[in-house]
Structures are given as C-alpha cells and as structure tokens.
Design a protein around this ligand. Structure first.
Ligand code: HEC
Length: 255
C-alpha cells in the first residue's frame, strides 16, 4: 500500500510543480465545445479559411472531408471555403489538402518564423489556450513592425489579424509581489482603444466557433469514437444479462 502511495505521489507531483511554475496569463477563460453543433463548426471553418489559411496550413485535412463531416456539400465548399489556386492558377480542387499558398521561405522573411500547421493545435495547446490566445492581442508600441503583443503568448510573432473584428485593446495592469518578494506587473484586464466591427460578445462567439472548428480538425474521429464507445457499453450490458441467464440455466440442475 505504502509503495502504491509513493508511486501515485510520484506521478502527481511533476504536474503540480509544472502548473505552479506556469506564470500569469490573461485572459484565462474556459469554454465548452458542443460536438453536435455543426453550425458553429461551419462558421468556424469560414473564419478559418478567410483569416488563417493565408499563413497557416491545416495540411492533414482535405476540404471535401471537412465538408462531409460538417454537412457542407462539395458545391458549397467550393464557393464558400476555397479561395486559393493551385500551381496552374486553377481554383484549388475540393479534394485537395488545406495547404497555405505562402511558401516557408517567404514566411521566414516576413515573420522571422514559419507559422505552424494548425491541424493539431487544439490538442497540443488545448482549446482554452487557443480561445484565450485569439482574444489576448493588445497594443504594444515597443514591438516594432507588429505593434501588438499577447497576454497568453508573450512576444508572439503573429500580427493581430482579427483586429478589424475585435478592435484594438490596451492592457490594465496590477502590481503583484511574487514568491521572491519582487514586484511584478501583471495584466488583469483589457480596455478598448478602438472599436472593431464586432461587439465583445460577438467577437467571443466568433472565436468560440473558430476554436470549435479547430477542435474538430484536431480529432475528426472524436464523434465516431464517442458513438462507438456508447455502442460497446450497451453491448457489454446486454451481454452481461445474457451471460447471467445462461449461467443460471447451466447450474439449474446442479443444485
Ligand atoms: C499574417 C500571417 C498569419 C495569419 C493570417 C495568422 N497567423 Fe497565427 N501565427 C503567425 C505566426 C508568424 C505565428 C508564429 C508566432 C511565434 O511563434 O512567435 C503564429 C502563431 C499562431 C499560433 C500559436 C502556435 C503555437 O502554438 O506556437 C496560433 C494558435 C495561431 N497562430 C492561430 C491563428 C489563427 C486561428 C489564425 C486565424 C484567425 C491565424 N493564426 C492567422 C502568423 C499568422
């Protein structure tokens, strides 16, 4: 028993230490994704192809597969989700992978870093992190060229590509004393400097839907997996009853 406790403690400790050392980030909100809300994912897909695919690829997915999973016909996919052309200058085919047209060399030159593929971002960073990141851009004049920083990802190399929707915000600080007794300025809120085309709740909703889409993208099989899981449990339950009846039948004559 003692040995077991030590093993459990050993497994838990690193995770506690890690979260304590995580540092302060803002915003720090949590969201729920409804896996049956295909409409939200469709809206997210639209935002994604309009605002993200120019720099980031999602190269594990094909346009038509996304369409099929989210209930969008091939024609709708062609008209609403595909804005890129292939090497011959023809419109990208619905069966093509969701690649970006930007070459890594160009990205390197423009941003100093190649924007990562976003196929798995909802899993690697987590949905809450991505939700907060996309709502965490704030004006920072000291960042030459970009003019923005991020409360979740300090000194990020990504421009605030959704500024026209969200508007521009500046951080509100509070002074805190950290564990070592040093004063530290932490962000505790945002104040709108210039309004965007959306209200705060509209913008939050748009980001929620975008993250719902990214969550689907990271695990297209989640839905089927969940359904299979339920089926297996029901099967096992029915089987349990059958096995019990069978046992009774077999042992009936023995007693
Ligand atoms: C103009 C190009 C550009 C556009 C458009 C763009 N990004 Fe980025 N993005 C970047 C760059 C560059 C980075 C890398 C930043 C770094 O590591 O400093 C990045 C980083 C990220 C990261 C963090 C990745 C990680 O874990 O390191 C996420 C998440 C992200 N982008 C999501 C998005 C989403 C969602 C959109 C669409 C709303 C979008 N980006 C649009 C250039 C872009």
């Amino acid at each position: 028993m003692k040995k077991l406790l030590i093993i459990v403690a050993g497994l838990l400790l690193p995770s506690i230490g890690w979260s304590a050392g995580g540092g302060h980030t803002y915003p720090d909100d949590k969201i729920q994704i409804d896996w049956d809300d295909k409409a939200a994912m469709q809206r997210g897909a639209r935002t994604f192809v309009n605002y993200c695919l120019s720099c980031h690829a999602a190269s594990y997915s094909r346009f038509n597969r996304v369409g099929r999973d989210l209930g969008i016909s091939d024609e709708m996919v062609r008209d609403n989700l595909i804005f890129t052309t292939d090497v011959n200058g023809d419109k990208t085919k619905v069966g093509a992978l969701m690649k970006t047209t930007m070459t890594p060399a160009y990205a390197e030159q423009a941003f100093g870093i190649v924007p990562p593929d976003l196929s798995l971002i909802a899993r690697s960073r987590g949905i809450n992190w991505v939700y907060n990141y996309l709502r965490g851009f704030y004006v920072d004049e000291s960042r030459v060229g970009l003019g923005v920083n991020n409360g979740v990802f300090a000194n990020v190399g990504m421009p605030h590509v959704l500024a026209e929707l969200q508007g521009l915000q500046r951080p509100l600080y509070k002074t805190m004393i950290d564990d070592d007794g040093n004063e530290q300025e932490i962000i505790v809120g945002f104040e709108l400097l210039r309004a965007g085309s959306m209200s705060k709740s509209e913008y939050d909703g748009t980001i929620h839907d975008l993250v719902a889409f990214l969550d689907y993208l990271a695990e297209p099989y989640k839905q089927t997996r969940k359904n299979v899981g339920t089926g297996v449990i029901i099967f096992l339950f029915v089987f349990l009853i059958l096995a019990y009846l069978l046992k009774k039948e077999y042992w009936k004559d023995v007693h």
